[in-house]
Write a protein that binds this ligand. Structure first.
Ligand SMILES: Cc1ncc(COP(=O)(O)O)c(C=O)c1O
Length: 424
């Protein structure tokens, strides 16, 4: 069965983020339960990166399964343009409850990239509807906000996006605010804001995900947001990776006191089982789209916007988030990672050990570092042989596991990591 699967896959499927000439055969997965993925031979793999950071409760969760199944009997899918349904409203209400003031309105789309597209379009049209010319966007150098065109434009311009560079709109990039550069970057930000032509500043709060799990301080972010407020520039928090407990709190923006104007959510919002993007806005932003004509409305939507099966999964996910076990598990992982970072001190090839809540990362010293480091393939195959599915970012190894990962599985992850470091 597995050889058929792999052969047919190789014949018909074009995989994302995969160089088919060198990547070797795809890993055929036939079952997924809790933290484990099983191949056709019955070998189990710990899902150390939560299948692209989406799965927060583990696979095959019964509560989520039942919610999707039951919803299918009620409504499978209805258009969401001025049509509504109970699960959609429940999602919006609960998201607003989690985020708190000043958030008021939730816009649905399909994935992380579209949540970002929507936020950018909202920010741009906010100023357009206000009849103020603010054509500029600011982002952080090395950021990743997705693969659609607006999202690519505000992301890192090397590597992933080079072929598209001529087609991307202009963005001013701040240097990465590493500890020693914070004041300098705040100054750089203020110089840009002073010009009065900036519509929005978009950022991944505290952790640049695909950019290499690079972490920066909450203090910097607070100061950057208050500068944006001073110059009346909208701020967009891309919580797509950091949201739903990853950084130790439900959202990374809970570590700061300033509030952004827009928040992008995805990945863990459905427990990681179905695709959804949410863009959450303040009342002030929503109100700027009101008017007598359709022209001032948010003329954006996808066929599957507000899909009720997905919304049912979200509500079930929220039920699980509301249980004490959710943060108990997060705290358990935070502490385990903290102890493991001590163990890494003896390895000369390890540098930049860092942690933000349950996200743990370090770099392996290499001649060629960064996303295109050749160490990447070696890391993948070593971990895979040892029963762990993990996708490093070049020479950066990181863990971002489902919160139900057991102590024993964490131990396996750490032991395999140490074995890799002894061999590398
Ligand atoms: C911070 C951030 N923003 C946006 C995205 C894009 O999300 P998606 O892959 O669902 O389009 C990602 C995906 O990794 C992300 O980490």
């Amino acid at each position: 069965m597995s050889s058929h699967l792999v052969e047919d896959d190789k014949k018909y499927v074009w995989h994302p983020f995969t160089q088919h000439q060198t990547s070797g055969d795809p890993l055929p997965i036939v079952k997924a339960k809790d933290t484990l993925l099983y191949d056709a031979e019955g070998k189990a793999y710990i899902d150390a990166n939560s299948c692209w950071w989406v799965n927060i409760h583990g696979h095959g969760n019964e509560h989520i399964r039942k919610a999707i199944y039951d919803q299918y009997a009620e409504i499978d899918h209805v258009i969401f343009a001025n049509v509504t349904h109970q699960k959609g409203v429940e999602v919006a209400k609960r998201v607003i409850h989690y985020l708190g003031e000043p958030f008021q309105k939730v816009f649905f789309s399909d994935n992380g990239s579209t949540a970002v597209e929507v936020a950018l379009k909202m920010a741009m049209q906010f100023w357009y509807n206000k009849r103020e010319s603010k054509p500029k966007i600011i982002a952080i150098d090395g950021a990743y906000h997705g693969d659609t065109f607006g999202a690519m434009a505000v992301g890192d311009r090397g590597g992933f996006n080079t072929p598209f560079e001529p087609y991307l709109f202009h963005v001013d990039f701040l240097d990465f605010p590493s500890a020693e550069k914070e004041e300098q970057v705040l100054d750089q930000l203020e110089r840009l804001l002073e010009k009065g032509d900036v519509a929005a500043f978009i950022f991944e709060p505290l952790v640049l995900g695909s950019g290499g799990m690079k972490m920066y301080s909450a203090d910097f972010l607070d100061k950057a947001l208050s500068l944006c407020k001073k110059y009346e520039v909208l701020t967009i928090a891309d919580e797509i990776m950091t949201g739903w407990g990853r950084t130790g709190k439900l959202f990374a923006i809970e570590y700061i006191s300033e509030r952004p104007d827009l928040v992008c959510l995805s990945k863990g919002v459905t427990g990681g089982v179905l695709p959804l993007g949410l863009t959450v806005a303040t009342q002030e932003i929503f109100d700027m789209f009101l008017g007598d004509s359709m022209a001032s409305a948010m003329l954006h939507g996808h066929s599957f916007t507000g899909n009720s099966l997905i919304c049912a999964a979200v509500c079930a996910n929220f039920d699980l988030i509301d249980q004490p076990a959710f943060f108990n598990n997060i705290n358990r992982i935070v502490n385990a990672h903290r102890s493991f970072s001590e163990r890494l001190k003896i390895y000369p090839k390890v540098k930049n050990v860092r942690q933000s809540g349950t996200i743990f990362a370090f770099d392996v010293v290499q001649e060629t570092e960064g996303y295109f480091s050749s160490l990447r393939d070696k890391i993948i195959s070593f971990y895979r042989e040892n029963g762990i599915l993990l996708r490093p970012l070049g020479n950066t190894i990181f863990f971002n596991a489902p919160f139900c990962i057991t102590d024993g599985e964490l131990q396996q992850l750490y032991d395999v990591t140490e074995r890799f470091l002894e061999e590398v």
